[in-house]
Design a protein around this ligand. Structure first.
Ligand code: NDP
Length: 479
């Protein structure tokens, strides 16, 4: 045995992660894949890596020094369970199995419990950054036990992306905490992408600028407070010209957005936790709406506003879109962190929200300058109940809100869908409201279901005898 770390699953993510591991001082990497061809190819193509190939789980286990540490990078779901079962057979108590696939956190909680009974450590780890991140430095979100972090910490720190001198990895919390945080990361990514898409659409329809000209706008934005990977690649995509038609590539790509399901998981989980992640939900639904051509084709002739958008001052309009985008982005991140806070409370994880924002500064898809502001906010007030109420964000929202409102009005008036912009604003105004019409909802619930209500002026639970003489009685609290 001479390898200190192993990788199971050598498709694009696993092979890149294995090469990343092998490139770091002190690591000897064992590799195994279900079908032999991928292992042979990796070992042949990368002699510099000094891989230790294994062609059975027994060989794989025998090639690892103890505590054996293996990262699984296979298709999420059944394949992950199959590999875990096989590794549990050949590993011993104290060894560490890491699942780096995109598992649902509740599966990770289940797997951790089952594996723990054997004395083997199981770590569910979120990996972000795609293929390139896996190779050059991803953002890593490991869960699992404190014991496994002792062995795993130094290895993961050596391969993670580095942002401002700090590796983009931290022990998120026990069992499913890492995969939970990765899930929310992806949800925020959906919201961020949708907001950028809405900004592009408004600018294009409002100013008539070409995709290449709008690419310049995004490139410019990328030098300011919106600086981020997603803004940067948006400029690249908009600038791309299709070789065949010579049209902007964005105009020949079919406008039906795909999804692998992590956005939906984020929303489903938020629904069960009772956390309003409306920006992420609208972004997920916007992809769903786009992907129903049969519904869109029969809806094309629905009436819309008489006048198309006609912007008088293009530069001023673009600046207002930028402010609206920034304000909506603050809302999306605030909602995402709210979901992590609620998840931690529900599942008993001790998650350092500031540390989460820091490990997203490099390697991952939502990497951005902006995350430093989130880290600052949690450093100043670790138990901040609403992220967007931190002073820096209050200032930015104050600066942007008039523009934000005008952009939402403009979009609605011109019949341009801007679901993430407008739902973010509605959330913001909902939080701000002194009184919400929730009081009326409580009245309705009491009317038809005797669900009772509380009063603002005295303690207790009350019910109005709606079908009787409509006097109020004190009632048992029936939720
Ligand atoms: P895939 O998700 O395409 O999975 C292919 C790998 O899974 C192959 O190595 C395959 O082995 C193996 N596999 C499938 N079924 C089984 C099984 N029953 N038993 C053993 N091995 C099996 O690979 P990716 O590299 O794209 O992704 C790996 C994981 O990383 C996934 O969970 C993915 O969600 C996650 N991920 C992916 C990111 C990305 O950008 N692609 C980013 C972050 C995470 P074989 O060669 O024998 O078929």
């Amino acid at each position: 045995a001479r390898a200190n770390i192993g990788v199971v699953g050598l498709a694009v993510m696993g092979s890149n992660l294995a090469r990343n591991l092998a490139s770091r001082e002190g690591n000897v990497v064992a590799v195994y894949n279900r079908s032999r061809a991928k292992t042979d190819e990796l070992v042949t193509d990368h002699p510099e890596a000094g891989f230790v190939p294994a062609f059975s789980y027994d060989e794989f286990a025998a090639s690892l020094v103890r505590p054996r540490t293996a990262v699984i990078m296979v298709k999420a779901g059944g394949p992950t369970d199959a590999v875990i079962d096989a590794l549990v057979e050949v590993f011993e108590p104290g060894d560490i199995i890491v699942d780096g696939g995109n598992a649902l956190f509740s599966d990770t909680i289940r797997r951790e419990k089952a594996v723990r009974d054997t004395g083997i450590n199981f770590v569910g780890m979120g990996v972000s950054g795609g293929e390139e991140g896996a190779l050059l430095g991803p953002s890593l979100m490991p869960g699992g036990s404190d014991e496994s972090w002792i062995t795993l910490g130094p290895i993961l720190r050596s391969i993670a992306a580095v942002a401002e001198g700090e590796p983009c990895v931290t022990h998120i919390g026990h069992d499913g905490a890492g995969h939970f945080v990765k899930m929310v990361h992806n949800g925020i990514e959906y919201a961020d992408m949708q907001l950028i898409a809405e900004a592009y659409d408004l600018i294009r329809r409002g100013t008539g600028k070409s995709p290449a000209e709008i690419a310049d706008v995004f490139a410019e934005w990328n030098r300011g407070e919106l600086e981020s990977y997603l803004i940067e690649i948006t400029a690249e995509v908009l600038r791309q010209v299709d070789a065949e038609t010579q049209k902007p590539l964005v105009d020949v790509i079919l406008d039906q957005a795909g999804a692998k399901g992590t956005g939906a998981w984020t929303v489903q989980t938020a629904l069960s936790l009772g956390v309003p992640v409306s920006g992420i939900a609208e972004a997920t639904f916007a992809r769903s709406l786009s992907s129903h051509p049969e519904q869109r084709s029969v809806s094309r002739d629905l009436p819309g506003p008489a006048d198309a958008l006609d912007v008088a001052d293009a530069d001023a309009f673009i600046e207002e879109v930028r402010l609206a985008l920034y304000a909506s982005k603050i809302v999306a991140y605030s909602q995402g962190f709210d979901e992590i806070r609620a998840g931690a409370a529900e599942y008993g994880w001790d998650i350092d929200l500031g540390a989460v924002s820091k490990i997203w500064r490099g390697g991952c898809i939502i990497r951005a300058q902006f995350l430093n502001r989130i880290a600052d906010a949690y450093a100043a007030t670790p138990d901040l109940p609403v992220l967007l109420t931190a002073p820096y964000f209050v200032e930015a929202l104050g600066r942007g809100q008039d523009a934000w409102r005008r952009i939402v009005q403009t979009a609605a008036g011109a019949g341009i869908p801007a679901p993430a912009f407008s739902s973010s604003l509605a959330y913001y105004d909902g939080l701000r409201a002194e009184r919400l019409p929730a009081a009326l909802i409580q009245g309705q619930r009491d009317f038809f279901g005797a669900h009772t209500y509380k009063r603002i002026d005295k303690d207790g639970t009350f019910h109005t005898l709606w079908s009787g003489d409509r006097t109020e009685i004190e009632a048992e609290d029936t939720h």
